[in-house]
Design a protein around this ligand. Structure first.
Ligand SMILES: CC(C)(COP(=O)(O)OP(=O)(O)OC[C@H]1O[C@@H](n2cnc3c(N)ncnc32)[C@H](O)[C@@H]1OP(=O)(O)O)[C@@H](O)C(=O)NCCC(=O)NCCS
Length: 190
């Protein structure tokens, strides 16, 4: 069975990534509602929002079950105990790879937060045995998302044609990769 992904990842700068739990149902619903307009062009799942509270609770319980069985980890990003966004480590690319996903609440946009989140997730991924690479995938039209792997020195692998899943997408997925041997721990980290 795959190793269980970290439950909590703390940055050196007060940023906390913590797995969503059922108790977060209402707060997550509020954060998503406040973010929905800027997520709508890019995130397929936003089309189903607003979710009924019971449905969101069931979804968080399902995330918990999957994580406990060695599956994906879906995190909240917290700054001063406020929800600043969401992110995840996903096992969908390869047995020895993890894909990073992220979204940021509008209050926290364009302050380098997605870059810090992705840096922390990459760092955490490479502390796990058997993980040789981390990837970030986004639609070609999503320039804001492209800046994140670009900032962190990920290598651009190329583009793959897929079906547009959200209204802003062109249907051309850009893929970026970081190999374990090329990753340097974040500046200032122990
Ligand atoms: C993509 C997203 C997570 C970026 O969050 P962020 O915290 O604002 O990103 P950062 O501040 O770390 O910016 C990283 C780089 O991305 C680029 N970037 C970010 N926002 C941008 C924008 N609106 N336009 C163009 N480039 C942008 C820049 O290159 C930036 O680096 P710089 O500030 O040094 O120039 C955010 O815009 C978001 O939540 N978008 C909707 C959800 C989404 O698209 N998720 C990714 C799906 S693949």
């Amino acid at each position: 069975m795959a190793i269980v992904l970290p439950e909590r990842i703390e940055g050196p700068d007060g940023l906390l990534l913590r797995r969503w739990v059922v108790e977060d149902t209402e707060a997550l619903g509020r954060a998503v509602a406040e973010s929905s307009e800027h997520l709508r062009p890019w995130m397929e799942w936003i089309a189903a929002e607003p979710l009924a509270i019971e449905r969101r609770r069931a979804m968080l319980a399902e995330w918990e079950r999957e994580w406990a069985q060695g599956g994906d980890a879906v995190y909240g990003a917290f700054v001063d105990q406020q929800i600043a966004g969401g992110c995840g480590l996903h096992r969908r690319i390869a047995p020895d790879g993890l894909e990073i996903g992220y979204w940021i609440h509008p209050t926290f946009l364009r302050r380098g937060l997605a870059t810090r989140v992705a840096r922390l997730l990459t760092d955490a991924a490479f502390t796990l045995p058997g993980i040789t690479h981390v990837e970030i995938h986004h639609d070609k039209a999503n320039l804001a998302s492209a800046g994140v792997p670009g900032n962190l020195g990920f290598e651009w692998l190329g583009k793959v044609r897929d079906q547009p899943a959200a209204p802003g997408e062109l249907g051309l997925e850009w893929r970026w990769r970081m190999e374990r041997g090329r990753w340097r721990p974040p500046a200032g980290a122990a």
